[in-house]
Write a protein that binds this ligand. Structure first.
Ligand code: DC
Length: 248
C-alpha cells in the first residue's frame, strides 16, 4: 500500500507539469481561478476548457469527494459512523492528476466515481466535517504548489482559495441542469430519467447549500454567470475576457 508521501508526489507532479510548460508560464504565473456552482451548471466542462486555453492545471474537487464516497460505499461504512469514517480517511491516499484522472490507494477510480450510487450518496459524505478538513487541506496544498490553476467545486472561492484573484459562480435553472445531467448519463450508457435526475439534483442542491461547513454560496467579489441559455464556448469566453481584463 502506498504511503501518504503520495501527496507530496502529487505536489511535485504539479510543479513539474507547470514548470515544463513554455513561456506562457511566466504570463500565467499568478493565475488562480476559482469556479463554483451547483451540479449541472457546466462548471466542469468550462473549467477544463478555460485551463486548457490558459495552459494551466485543472482540478475537479468534486471528484475527490466522490472518491472518498466510493471508498465508504465499498467498505459499507455508514457516514453517521464518524469514528470509522475518520479511520478510513486516514488510510486513504488520494491523487488527483492535472489531466483529470483520480487515483485512490493506487487504483484508477476515474470512471467508478461517476456511478449512480456515488451520485446518490456523495452530498451526505461531503457534509462531514472530517471529510471536508482532509479534502480542503489537500486542495490548498495543490493550489499552493501550482503556478497556475483552475479549481472548481462548491467552496473554492469561500474556503479553499479565498485569496484567488479570479472567482466565478456558474448557475443555471434547475430544469436545464437536470436536462444536461440526464443527457450526460445517457451518453455514458447509464440511462437515468429526467424526473429522477431532477429530484436528485434538487436534493443535492439542498444538502450542499444547507450544510453547516462551507455550504455552496456566492462569496463577495465573485462574478455570477447564468449559463441557462449560453453555450460552453460563450461561458468560456466570458471568463477569459474577465480574467484578461483583471490581469491588465
Ligand atoms: O461537482 P460534483 O457533482 O462532482 O460534486 C459532488 C459532490 O461533492 C456534491 O454533492 C458537492 C460536493 N462538493 C463539495 O461539497 N465541495 C466541493 N468543493 C466540491 C464538491
Amino acid at each position: 500500500m502506498k504511503s501518504p508521501e503520495a501527496l507530496i508526489l502529487t505536489k511535485k507532479r504539479y510543479l513539474t507539469d507547470d514548470l515544463e510548460k513554455d513561456s506562457e508560464m511566466s504570463i500565467n504565473s499568478q493565475l488562480k481561478i476559482a469556479i463554483d456552482g451547483p451540479a449541472g451548471s457546466g462548471k466542469s466542462t468550462v473549467a477544463r476548457e478555460v485551463a486548457a486555453r490558459l495552459n494551466i492545471a485543472y482540478i475537479d474537487t468534486g471528484a475527490m469527494y466522490r472518491a472518498i464516497t466510493l471508498k465508504l460505499l465499498r467498505r459499507r461504512c455508514d457516514p453517521v459512523d464518524h469514528g470509522r469514517v475518520e479511520e478510513l480517511l486516514k488510510q486513504t491516499v488520494l491523487e488527483v492528476l492535472p489531466g483529470g484522472r483520480v487515483i485512490m490507494d493506487g487504483e484508477d477510480v476515474t470512471a467508478a466515481i461517476r456511478a449512480p450510487e456515488v451520485n446518490a450518496a456523495v452530498s451526505r459524505v461531503a457534509e462531514l466535517p472530517a471529510v471536508r478538513r482532509k479534502m480542503v487541506q489537500q486542495q490548498q496544498e495543490i493550489a499552493a504548489a501550482s503556478a497556475g490553476i483552475v479549481m472548481e467545486g462548491r467552496d473554492i472561492a469561500s474556503t479553499v482559495m479565498p485569496q484567488a484573484p479570479h472567482k466565478f459562480y456558474l448557475d443555471a435553472s434547475l430544469p436545464v441542469r437536470a436536462q444536461r445531467r440526464s443527457q450526460e448519463q445517457q451518453d455514458k450508457g447509464l440511462p437515468l430519467s429526467y424526473e429522477n435526475t431532477f429530484h436528485e439534483i434538487k436534493e443535492r442542491d439542498r444538502i450542499d447549500s444547507e450544510r453547516s461547513h462551507s455550504p455552496l454560496a456566492i462569496t463577495p467579489g465573485t462574478a455570477v454567470i447564468d449559463t441557462t441559455s449560453l453555450t460552453i464556448e460563450e461561458v468560456v469566453q466570458l471568463i477569459l475576457q474577465r480574467v484578461n481584463r483583471q490581469k491588465d
